[in-house]
Design a protein around this ligand. Structure first.
Ligand code: ADP
Ligand code: MG
Length: 394
């Protein structure tokens, strides 16, 4: 029995006066390449990480779902026959939305008491929301005694976020949390929602560098970027009827119609097409431990995100400079949707400590903010925790 299990078990007992009977986990994730390419139906190189969300659960004999989280001060509940929003505890909507989407899909849910605990930083681009949705779906599946296909579970989580939370996210976060594989990243094709494993050699470490500059993404900038991409598609389609998404467009076509697109849509579209193209190239560069390709591809990704897609912030710039100059660095770029939050670096596995120290010192000198940096390892997708054997996971 490890410390995390014991903490959850004790808190569960204090809140609900009984023992949890089901335990599930779902990982966070980081994109190694492919910012904002998911909703453009392009490619993403995505990694499920050994930071995850656990839910301990026990069934009830009514239709009530009570929810608490060790990561939140507030708690909430909803009735499975009339799931409403929880304005006083907005985070509960991720669970309510997932329950609602499961019911819409025809699954039969039972009332329960749930306690959440996550080691994923919330709201930092490592998909704590998707992990919460995937863990919720698995908890209901486990309590209800039915099984759910991992891809369907990912789509259910996406629907929850679209319909209940109001974030029109792509499928990337949920897909990775549900279908991630131990030991490798995934090259995800967001058009076909299929993926292939992309192994990460042991000599390369992946280090998350959290700017700790909070980002807010509920519509706003995210919606604007999405709209620019959709408008670019509408402008190009009359010339190329086969174009359904930026996935189908080439850089030459964008160049040719630059004037019609206008500078903003031109810049946004150029970034997406180039970024998606970098995904298979980085997968190969990592597999071959090709240091110069890793450096070139990640630098181009960051500069494009900053200058063309305009999702940078001063803290991200300070972090990128810090990462780029740190000892052992192989590559460095943004992660998640940008606008602060976490960034991701590749460094030589035997220099992780020196790399982290270099990043911490340089970033703190420039910004006055103490960053969080930590190496992550590829972890398996969402699963039921077996109390007897699995308690060593994360
Ligand atoms: P990200 O998914 O990158 O972490 P989001 O803004 O999409 O960022 O989701 C973060 C939100 O998800 C939090 O603000 C909170 O509402 C909810 N959330 C995620 N994990 C938890 C948790 N363990 N406990 C409570 N709320 C959580
Ligand atoms: Mg999220």
């Amino acid at each position: 029995m490890n410390e995390r299990t014991e903490t959850l078990r004790q808190a569960f007992g204090e809140r609900y006066g009984q023992e949890p009977t089901a335990w599930v986990r779902a990982p966070g994730r980081v994109d190694l390449m492919g910012s904002h390419t998911d909703y453009n139906l392009g490619y993403v190189l995505t990694l499920s990480i050994d930071r995850d969300t656990w839910i301990a659960a026990a069934p009830r004999d009514d239709r009530l779902v009570r929810v608490a989280s060790l990561n939140a001060d507030t708690f909430g509940q909803f009735d499975l026959d009339a799931i409403g929003h929880s304005p006083e505890a907005p985070w509960v909507d991720y669970l309510g939305g997932t329950a609602d989407a499961l019911i819409q899909a025809g699954y039969s849910l039972c009332g329960c008491d749930l306690l959440v605990h996550s080691t994923i930083p919330l709201g930092s681009g490592l998909s704590s929301s998707a992990a919460l949705e995937m863990a919720t779906a698995l908890a209901f599946s486990n309590l209800g005694g039915w099984e759910i296909d991992s891809l369907e579970m990912a789509l259910i989580g996406q629907r929850a976020e679209h319909q209940f939370v109001g974030v029109k996210c792509g499928i990337l976060d949920q897909y990775t949390s549900a279908l991630g594989q131990a030991g490798s990243a995934l090259v995800l094709d967001c058009r076909t929602t299929t993926s292939r494993p992309a192994p990460i050699p042991d000599e390369i470490s992946i280090v998350i560098c959290d700017t700790r500059a909070k980002r807010e993404l509920t519509g706003g900038e995210y919606g604007e970027r999405r709209a620019s991409c959709e408008e670019a598609v509408e402008i190009l389609r009359p010339y190329y009827p086969e174009v359904e998404a930026l996935r189908d467009v080439s850089l030459a076509q964008i160049e040719q119609h630059r004037a019609e697109l206008g500078e903003t849509r031109y810049a946004r579209a150029s970034f997406i097409v180039a970024e998606s193209g970098r995904v298979p190239r980085l997968a190969q560069a990592l597999e071959q431990a090709d240091a110069s390709a890793i450096a070139d591809l990640t630098r181009d990704s960051y500069l494009g995100a900053r200058d063309l897609y305009a999702i940078g912030t001063p803290e991200m710039e300070a972090m990128w400079q810090a990462m780029w100059q740190a000892p052992g660095r192989l590559g460095a770029r943004q992660a998640g949707a940008g606008f602060g939050g976490c960034m991701v670096a590749f460094c030589a596995a035997d220099q992780v400590d020196a790399f982290r120290q270099g990043v911490q010192a340089a970033y703190q000198t420039t910004t006055g903010i103490e960053p969080h940096t930590y190496a992550v390892r590829p972890a398996p997708g969402a699963s039921i925790l077996n109390l007897a054997s699995d308690m060593t996971v994360a």
